[in-house]
Every structure is written in structure tokens, then in C-alpha cells.
Design a protein around this ligand. Structure first.
Ligand code: CP3
Length: 341
């Protein structure tokens, strides 16, 4: 195994950690903005295999990162299940809402997703064929809770209140929605792996708003089931889990779910994570995305601090959340140079 990212995921401690960045293909890159303009809009870009392949490869060409991540979105699964989906410019995603058993009954069965998602599998095949031999390829999906928060509210919400409200008012419908998303996620990720993804990542961006038994039932348990089913279908498949803002619930999450790597947000201290999380396997993340805007000597020292904190075990260098549109590409280059130089 020569790809550094796969070696780190297998538990190897490397002298220089492999590096990639969440949202590494995006609006901070002029070449992304040009391809997006050519596609017309964000969803057309996601469903155009040639253009989605192009934007997946752009940050690899520019920075020589150790992994490419499929260019798509976590909200394509709700769309494939029959939800209406569109993006309001400058605001974010909008979906038709699921607030009752009747709404849930109108969704398609999980195994009906492939017609809609076929172009995504084609993108995976094209990226896999085009990547340099040293670059690993990451597929992804949203975790059920995070996807459900968008499906229930019909948009991003600061506190996920509509999803919490449905969970309280009609736990059976809520649990059935989580199950439907989990079933679809297994099928979706399994097709990505068949098409050439070597690693998969589950984004649970709103895991931090679940507490106590709810965290166990709706963040941990669906993640555990998805990982178990994927590993049964694809023995040895490495999985990265991102239960963002889980705080103390990060501890034991990898062991409980079977994840090979935990992606860390910016609120976790690297020192604590090295002591309490890295003992269970690989960790990734933690650098504040704002450092990609501000750069300078402070970026260099932050990169070194995080690298040194995790130098005693398997580590993938990454941000604690997605890179933002106001990031300076030169700061990404500086990050990579600092790590490898
Ligand atoms: O990391 C990558 O480069 C791969 C592609 C990727 C995108 N979205 C592309 C995207 C990935 C892995 C995602 C995940 C995603 N999408 C998450 C989970 C991760 C996280 O950030 O917490 C969520 C919650 C979404 C839903 C979503 N998609 C929102 C809320 C938005 C609007 C916010 C924004 O940044 O505009 C998107 C749009 C989106 N997804 C963009 C990109 C590059 C911007 C679209 C554009 O070009 O205008």
C-alpha cells in the first residue's frame, strides 16, 4: 500500500501526515468558479460527470493533496428519495419538507435512488481513472441525522429545531425517516465504492445538537449500522466519521461505530484528542478554516502545533470544517509546504 492516506487510515504513524481539506473544491478557487459558471448552477455541476470530475481534480492539480473527495453534496440523497431540492443564491439549500407520516409515505424506497444518482457514479468512475497513483479517492454521504435535519426543516437551521420537534412529537415517523436515509446511504456509498472510491466519509455536521440517548439512537446507532453493512459488502473499506461538535461524545465513537478515523472539529483540543481519541486509531482535522483566510506566521505555527500534537499516532491533516469562499489559495499552498517542507 503506497497511498499515504490509506496507510494512515490503516493505523500507520507517518513522519509527514497526508493532507486534504474539507470542501477543497469550491468557490475560493477561480478555476472552480469558472467551471461552475460553465455548468450553470451548483446542482447542474453535481450531475455533470465531466465537469464534476474536473472540479474534483482541480485542487489535486493545484496543491498535490494526498486525497481527492468526490464533488457532490449530501443533499443529493434526499433528492433521489423524491424531495424537491434547489439552492437559493447567497442563502443555501431549500427542500420540500417532511413533517408527517404522510410526507414520509410519499418518499421513494431506498433502492429507487440509483436512477437519480447514476451521474454521480459516473463521476466516481471518471475521477478514479484520472487520479495520480499516489492520490487516494474519498466518497461521502451525509449521516442520517444531519440529512434528516435538512429534510424536515426544508433548509439549514441554526439549532435544528424542526427536526428536534418532529423527534419529540412523532418519534416513530422520525425514526422511520432516519432508517430510510440510512438504507439509502448504504446503497449510495456501496455504489461509490464499486465505481472506484477507496474510502468513504460520513458527514454528521449537526451531531452536536443531539444529547444523551438521542445521540446514541440517532448519531451513533445509524453510523454503526451503515459502517457495519458497508464493511460486510466491502471488507477492509476504510471509513471516516465526522460527528461534528460531539465534544465529549467523540470519546469512544470510533470504537462504538467501527469507524477507522474520526474527523475533528475546531472545538476539540488537539492535546485532548491525541490522548483520548488517537489511542483508538487515526484522527483527522482540527485546524480552524479561518486560518486559510488569515494565513501568515500564525498559520505556519498552528500547522506545526497540530502536526506535533498528533505526531505520536496515525493522523491525516485537515481543517475542522469546510474551507470558506474567502480563503486565499496561497494559504492552502503554505499549509501543504509547511507540512512537507
Ligand atoms: O469537500 C468537498 O470538496 C466535496 C464536496 C462537498 C460539498 N458539500 C460541495 C458543496 C461536500 C463533502 C459537501 C458536504 C455538505 N453539504 C455538508 C456537510 C459538511 C459540512 O459542511 O458541514 C452539508 C451540511 C451540505 C449542504 C450544503 N451544500 C449547504 C448547507 C450548502 C450551502 C452553503 C454554501 O457553502 O454555499 C451547500 C452548497 C455546496 N456544497 C457548495 C459546495 C462546493 C457551494 C455551492 C456553490 O458553488 O455555490
Amino acid at each position: 500500500m503506497t497511498k499515504l492516506l490509506l496507510r494512515a487510515l490503516a493505523g500507520e504513524t507517518l513522519p509527514v501526515p497526508p493532507v486534504w481539506l474539507m470542501r477543497q473544491a469550491g468557490r475560493y478557487l477561480p478555476e472552480y468558479r469558472a467551471t461552475r459558471a460553465e455548468a450553470g448552477d451548483f446542482l447542474k455541476l453535481c450531475y455533470n460527470p465531466d465537469l464534476a470530475t474536473e472540479v474534483t481534480l482541480q485542487p489535486i492539480r493545484r496543491f498535490g493533496l494526498d486525497a481527492a473527495i468526490l464533488f457532490a453534496d449530501i443533499l443529493l440523497v434526499p433528492q433521489a428519495l423524491g424531495a424537491d431540492l434547489w439552492f437559493e443564491t447567497g442563502e443555501g439549500p431549500r427542500l420540500s419538507t417532511i413533517t408527517s407520516a404522510a410526507d414520509l409515505a410519499r418518499l421513494k424506497p431506498a433502492d429507487a435512488i440509483h436512477d437519480t444518482l447514476a451521474p454521480i457514479y459516473q463521476t466516481v468512475r471518471q475521477v478514479a481513472a484520472a487520479l495520480p497513483p499516489e492520490t487516494a479517492f474519498i466518497g461521502f454521504a451525509g449521516a442520517p441525522w444531519t440529512v434528516a435535519t435538512y429534510m424536515i426543516a426544508g433548509r439549514g437551521t441554526p439549532d435544528q429545531a424542526p427536526a428536534h420537534a418532529l423527534k419529540t412529537a412523532d418519534r416513530a415517523t422520525f425514526a422511520a425517516l432516519i432508517e430510510r436515509i440510512a438504507d439509502a446511504t448504504v446503497l449510495y456509498l456501496s455504489e461509490q465504492v464499486k465505481a472506484g472510491a477507496e474510502v468513504v466519509k460520513l458527514f454528521d455536521s449537526w451531531a452536536g445538537s443531539l444529547h444523551g440517548q438521542d445521540f446514541d439512537d440517532f448519531a451513533l446507532a445509524p453510523t454503526r449500522r451503515i459502517i457495519a453493512e458497508l464493511k460486510r459488502l466491502h471488507p477492509g473499506l476504510p471509513v471516516i466519521a465526522f460527528p461534528r461538535e460531539a465534544g465529549p461524545r467523540y470519546q469512544g465513537f470510533a470504537r462504538a461505530t467501527g469507524a477507522d478515523c474520526l474527523a475533528l472539529d475546531t472545538s476539540v483540543s488537539a492535546q485532548w484528542a491525541a490522548e483520548h481519541l488517537q489511542v483508538d486509531g487515526c484522527v483527522q482535522g482540527n485546524l480552524d478554516p479561518k486560518r486559510m483566510v488569515t494565513g501568515g506566521a500564525a498559520l505556519v505555527s498552528e500547522v506545526r502545533r497540530i502536526r506535533d500534537a498528533f505526531s505520536g499516532g496515525p493522523h491525516i491533516f485537515n481543517l475542522g470544517h469546510g474551507i470558506t469562499p474567502d480563503a486565499d489559495p496561497a494559504n492552502v499552498a503554505l499549509l501543504v509546504e509547511t507540512l512537507r517542507g
